[in-house]
Design a protein around this ligand. Sequence first.
Ligand code: NAD
Length: 378
Amino acid sequence: MLVGIKRETRAGERRVAATPASVRQLAKLGLDIAVESGAGVHAGHDDAAYRAAGALVVPTLDENTIAPAVLCHVAPLTVEEACRLRPGTITVGFASPAAELPTVRALAEAGVTSFALELIPRISRAQSMDALSSQSLVAGYRAVLEAAIRFPRFFPLYMTAAGTVPPARVLVLGAGVAGLQAIGTAKRLGARVSAYDVRPASKDEVTSLGGTFIHLDLDAIEGSGGYAREMSEDRAARQRELLAPHIAASDVLITTAAVPGKPAPLLVTTAMVQGMKGGAVVVDLAAETGGNVEGTRAGHSVAVPGDGGTVTLVGMKDAASAMAADASRLFAANVANLVELMTVDGRVVPDFADDVVAGACLTSEGAVLHQPTAAALE
Ligand code: NAD
């Protein structure tokens, strides 16, 4: 059975859904692998490396040349790409179902069995397939580096003969996977780190990384599956009011707050950014889903004139792609582990009695199986 690895075409996408190591893992299962030429170039893998791992390298994978039974990709497919797939094709990759409804409809209408890595259940057994986590890890790390490079001061404390340099104060809003990585990275760089999340359960994780957890006088909002829920506008306004003094006291602000399937919550207004010290840096990791910070533009760095000087506001875009080699290493392992779970005797045959397989399936046999997406399409 042929597994195809797509050369990504979306602007800014530098990752690849398979590495030579994951090709070897798939080949051991008795699968044949075809990689589109150049697919791994940004992740550091040339065509020869894939050939050496046992893959066939092809100019393109399509219905006129080599049509794979399983297509692995990173970014969500376009409507055109979905329409070109043969009925019965299996796809594995990110699908952004809430944002890409036309593609979901096209996948269903094309009779494709699509697996969306965003839908992998957050249970222990599925951790090795959890691409949201692996890519958030990369993004959280990268966000801190983006801040550090723009911040005109050191992160660590330095006591030198020429005087003492105080450590940077870093505040992280949202302590999920990306936020925790940001906390750990900022700590390793020597900053004094505090963090806030609407889920009180994150407190222990923040403190175990050496961060200080900020309590706000606001009831916890915890939804199902360990995720946050959307707040009412009144509560969100109260949250911003309570966060303002913490933000004003910080040199670097990293925001990572998200609510699955919803636009990012607005945590920081322009007035709050203007209240920060001159030279302060704000990195909004949620910029691509609307932003946690007012005025954020994904892929842009904006100078905000503030009360104490200029504040730099960075709207992160393609954060994981910026570290394409390690992001792809982890992503490819997630993909291969899901394909392995579904492979029996050299054939990929999804067993819908398995709750990981059923949970991750977006479309099958003409239907949209993920209920919130099906409801949004009605
Ligand atoms: P996410 O990307 O959906 O959101 C990031 C963080 O933003 C979350 O911690 C969320 O609580 C927070 N947030 C949302 N609205 C907020 C607001 N208004 N103010 C402040 N913070 C706000 O989350 P994620 O990183 O995907 O993780 C979500 C949960 O899933 C966490 O509890 C995490 O530990 C858990 N998780 C479990 C597994 C597993 O068991 N396999 C794997 C990964 C994550």
